[in-house]
Ligand binder design. Structure first.
Ligand SMILES: O=c1ccn([C@@H]2O[C@H](COP(=O)(O)OP(=O)(O)O[C@H]3O[C@H](CO)[C@@H](O)[C@H](O)[C@H]3O)[C@@H](O)[C@H]2O)c(=O)[nH]1
Ligand SMILES: [Mn+2]
Length: 984
């Protein structure tokens, strides 16, 4: 089933051994004599597609079909001569494939933002918002608290609701003819609201914190004043520890004083962006684009089947198909991942419409078929059972194909290699015939064994990535950049299926699949690839050129979309009033396959439901990796578009942001300033600052567009930095070859030379927990973030199940924290835009591993007491005991209240305490030592990938639970087994 598709593969090294390669296609990337690919910037007036083939400084660029792993690997490529027509255009198992990049790109449209029409649109919106607002509307936006009011009235009011629900019935009917005035006067309905934690819980909580603080202070004072003269050393040691514990408790508890909950209104989002309106008569989606990034690094530890399932869940997400793009970054450059992804896209052709037709959840096939609930629940269509049976079989076959891939690839490669061998032998024979003699034969044999064993793609070309038998240019950390658009940019309008389409009846179901691209950045020895952060940055650039979605969702390869509405939930925040100041939306990380009693606190609920919720009430949750939706513009290192800054201890002092004021004043004085001057982007405090993004003009041009597309709708006077409704209805231009070439150029390993990538732009380098640092930088610039807990989990993933893997993970996180502590990202050095309590929270992130030193010492104290017969105090006096009692009772009450406001279970809380001690006396301590070694001796820290369980080992999913691999981080655990250290 050869599928027609275009692969855009950069053949960086034109190795002579690739005799069977088809003739090179479009040539357009420029390569200098030094071997570097230089500025590939596309000039809009210049048609680059044809003219470069004559120049010798352009490298070859092949647009070819992706070899979807077929089950007749050698067919059609039996001879080197036939390879050239391997671009067979046949239907795959599900009909004509959607693979491929188009060859032309709309000339008149460059994505919206900067074109004349868009400018005119924006001017219109400025006029509308300033002139046409009714008095009523303005009064509503004054000091009146919409969110609160809506919440209290359960969110139903005004003509808005009635009006819009009527519309739903008849999308394209005559009702569309509503007047502009109607539209403008539509009450402005918030997309999100804050839900306060009941004061009945919060007030006693705060009170107890104060009480405990005072008592703790008095206790320590008493302890200092009452030494134990018999054992001063014991007394001294214990008191130092106790003071540290008090300090770290303070760091932990202070940022927790204002937890909040949030709720989103998905209906309001739909009404606002996807209902017919004067600016949008057909009700086409006016939502901004979203680029989803999946990262994988190792096809062994991260099984391709798991990754493929994640991809499928993304492709089937409920978001306008034409606005959604998915990218996978393969840091391993493995052909296995590549072909598995090609298979996944193939399967998506039926899987995605199936999900839409029957509205199933979750849309990760593996979880869906394994879920314990009755699949027919709430299913009304009579053909559901039949369809499900069919797709289940189809999925099983898909699994078999994926599992068979390693074999297929190996066999195929062996075949090609032996063919090469034979050719080589023939050649040498011919050569040696001149010399004559029978001894030619053994000589040829000897030669053959020298030929490197290449890894071949199904179309008879060399795999540009890592080979099964690694060699120079084709191994991990040394291979070309690969970018392949596996599913092309979809049509703008829904494409409805018909009966019997692809063996299922898809009548009235949109059968489009979002764009999907496989990306493996170039890697060369001598370059620091910066782990996940580097992979992310490469994807940020490639996606800016290919789709430029103003929002970026990042998922690890094992984290799939569990709630197909998740992206829309995030979008509610981004598109709400003030949403343009939100840099990212962190979703809680939820895990599956963890032992029921969650022995090692893998769920981490105390963190995800407690700490993060609390931070949401300050400046926002920290960025903790997978399940986070970014504003692209914020990733580029800009400051938030804001007129005011909030300074001071508690961020309550309002002051105008620098520069902004001046420009405002200028504008007032001279209303005839050029239009561009009125745009909020132009009034960004730091837009003038030169940022070093690298030399891709196409990339630089995309920045402003992404910013503009990411703004909330300017449908209300209170939206200061919005875009007009209907601005995002333009179709996306199809991808053309120069665009793809540019995307390949920006994933090359030298692109970041002398730029600020990883320093001020994108994911920040230099830490194994790139996530925390990246988020910190944004908060430090004054952005805020939002924590989005959805009723149905947004995403789900796997977590390490045995103690060793878990400790390694905790070790990596703690090491990252120590790195942060010793870096310039230490919150002590933060600028004043970081709110005070937020700063404390970040300090805590950097400091918590150091607690382990004191914890270990303290854990040894009981033993020391036992041996020496001494105690930390002179005698068990009444004040000592009563202080201890109050402190402990307060702590218990606080924990209870915390459990109440965060909604976690008591057992979960207890597991967390236990694991805190286990990790605190082992992994954290090692992390402190590692961190010190790095700072003092410059010893690098490795990123140990967390192994993911295969979806296959179902027999005993907890088999790993008790596996203990002895490593340096285990021994301190012995301490814990007997001691439960007294915890202040
Ligand atoms: O060189 C690398 C190393 C890792 N990864 C990817 O990074 C992700 C996270 O790796 P994993 O071993 O699963 O780490 P976890 O501890 O499970 O991940 C958490 O912690 C990481 C930081 O330590 C964050 O990056 C993750 O998003 C967060 O989920 C995976 O998708 C990897 O494929 C790469 O792309 N390139
Ligand atoms: Mn993980």
């Amino acid at each position: 089933m050869a599928t027609s598709s275009n692969s855009s593969k950069k053949t960086m090294s034109s190795s002579p051994s690739s005799a069977g390669r088809p003739p090179q296609g479009v040539k357009f990337a420029r390569r200098t004599s030094s071997g570097r690919v230089m500025s590939l910037s596309r000039d809009d007036d210049l048609d680059m597609s044809g003219e470069f083939s004559g120049e010798n400084d352009y490298i070859n660029y092949t647009v070819m079909m992706p070899p979807t792993p077929d089950n007749q690997p050698m067919a059609g490529s039996s001879g080197a001569g036939t390879a050239s027509d391997s671009k067979t255009d046949g239907p795959g198992p599900y009909g004509p494939s959607r693979f491929g990049a188009e060859s032309r790109r709309g000339v008149d449209d460059d994505g919206g933002g900067d074109s004349e029409a868009a400018k005119a649109d924006r001017r219109m919106s400025v006029m509308n918002s300033s002139n046409n607002k009714s008095i009523l509307l303005r009064s509503q936006t004054g000091d009146f608290d919409h969110n609160r009011w809506l919440f209290e009235t359960k969110g139903t009011y005004g003509i808005g609701n009635a009006y819009w629900s009527e519309k739903q019935e008849n999308k394209y009917g005559p009702e569309v003819e509503m007047s502009m005035q109607d539209f403008i006067d539509k009450p402005w309905k918030p997309l999100t609201r804050k839900v306060k934690i009941p004061p009945a819980i919060l007030s006693p909580y705060r009170l107890l914190v104060v009480i405990r603080l005072v008592v703790l202070f008095l206790f320590l004072l008493w302890r200092v004043q009452n030494p134990n003269p018999d054992a001063m050393w014991l007394w001294g040691m214990s008191i130092v520890c106790e003071i540290w514990f008090a300090f770290s408790w303070l760091l932990d508890i202070l940022p927790k004083q204002n937890p909040i909950n949030r709720a989103t209104d998905l209906d309001a989002l739909r009404d606002k962006f996807e209902q017919p309106s004067p600016t949008n008569p057909t009700g086409r989606s006016d939502l901004p684009g979203v680029d989803v990034f999946i990262s994988t690094a190792d096809a062994e530890k991260e099984p391709p089947l798991v990754t493929a399932n994640t991809i499928l869940s993304v492709l089937a997400a409920q978001y306008p198909v034409e606005k959604l793009s998915c990218y996978i970054s393969d840091d391993g450059g493995a052909i296995l991942s590549f072909e598995a992804m090609a298979e996944a896209v193939n399967f998506a052709e039926v899987w995605v419409p199936f999900c839409r037709k029957h509205e199933i959840e979750p849309r990760n096939p593996d979880s869906y078929f394994n879920s314990k609930v009755d699949p027919t629940k709430n299913k009304k269509r009579p053909d559901f059972v039949k369809d499900r049976r069919w797709i289940k079989r189809e999925y099983d076959e898909f699994k078999v194909r994926i599992n068979g891939l390693p074999d297929v690839i190996r066999k195929r490669s062996e075949m090609y290699n032996s063919k090469e061998d034979v050719n080589e032998r023939k050649l040498s024979k011919e050569r040696s015939i001149g010399g004559g003699g029978d001894d030619a034969e053994p000589a040829a044999d000897g030669e053959a064994s020298n030929v490197t064993k290449a890894t071949w793609m199904a179309d008879g070309t060399h795999w540009p990535g890592t080979w099964l038998e690694p060699c120079a240019d084709h191994k991990k950390g040394d291979h070309a950049g690969i970018l392949q658009v596996m599913s092309k940019v979809p049509e703008m309008e829904a494409v409805m299926g018909f009966p019997d389409e692809k063996k299922l009846d898809f009548t009235g179901v949109d059968i489009r699949v979002p764009m999907f691209a496989y990306v493996s950045r170039e890697k060369r020895p001598g370059y620091d690839h910066n782990k996940k952060a580097g992979a992310m940055n490469a994807m940020v650039r490639a996606s800016a050129i290919l789709s430029n979605g103003p929002f970026i969702l990042n998922l690890d390869c094992d984290h799939y979309i569990y709630n197909s509405m998740a992206i829309r939930e995030g979008m509610c925040f981004m598109m709400d009033r003030g949403g343009d100041r939100i840099c990212y939306i962190q979703f809680p990380q939820r895990f599956e396959g963890i032992d029921p009693s969650d022995r090692y606190a893998n769920h981490n609920t105390v963190f995800f439901d407690g700490n993060m919720r609390a931070l949401d009430g300050l400046q926002g949750p920290v960025y903790v990796g997978t399940g986070c939706m970014f504003r692209r513009f914020a990733l580029y290192g800009f400051h938030p578009p804001r007129a005011n800054e909030y300074l001071g201890m508690f961020g309550t002092i309002k002051a105008p942001a620098p520069n902004y004021h001046e420009i405002e004043a200028q504008l007032e004085a001279d209303p005839d300033l050029p239009d561009s001057e009125k745009q909020p982007l132009a009034t960004h405090p730091d837009l003038g600052l030169p940022k070093k993004f690298g030399n891709s003009q196409m990339f630089t041009d995309s920045i402003g567009v992404a910013e503009y597309h990411g703004r909330p709708l300017a449908d209300h006077a209170s939206v200061k930095n919005g875009r007009p409704p209907g601005a995002l209805l333009e179709p996306r231009p199809p991808l053309d070859a120069p665009t793809v070439a540019e995307a390949v150029a920006v994933i090359s390993c030298w692109y970041e030379d002398k730029t600020e990538w990883g320093d001020r732009i994108g994911w920040i380098y230099g830490s194994v927990t790139e996530d925390v640092v990246t988020g910190y930088r944004m908060h430090n610039r004054g952005w805020r973030s939002v924590y989005c807990i959805t009723k149905r989990d947004a995403f789900r993933g796997t977590a390490p199940i045995n103690l060793t893997d878990r400790l390694h993970q905790v070790l990596r996180w703690a090491t990252g924290s120590v790195e942060i502590f010793y870096s310039r990202n230490n919150a002590f050095l933060a600028c004043r835009r970081l709110k005070f309590l937020q700063r404390i929270a970040y300090l805590n992130v950097g400091i918590y591993p150091f607690t382990s030193i004191f914890l270990v010492v303290y854990c040894f104290l009981p033993a020391l007491c036992l041996f020496t017969g001494q105690f930390i105090v002179a005698g068990l006096s009444v004040p000592f005991l009563s202080y201890l009692l109050i402190i402990t009772v307060c702590l218990c009450l606080l924990s209870l209240l915390e459990v109440r406001w965060s909604g976690i279970g008591l057992e979960e809380w207890w597991r967390n305490e236990q694991f805190w001690l286990i990790g605190g006396t082992s992994a954290h301590l090692v992390a402190v030592i590692q961190g010190l070694l790095k700072v003092v001796a410059g010893i690098e820290i490795h990123f140990t990938l967390t192994s993911k369980a295969t979806a296959e080992d179902e027999e005993d999913i907890y088999a790993d639970l008790y596996v203990v691999k002895w490593t340096i981080i285990n021994p301190p655990n012995g301490v814990n087994l007997n001691n439960q250290g007294m915890q202040i």
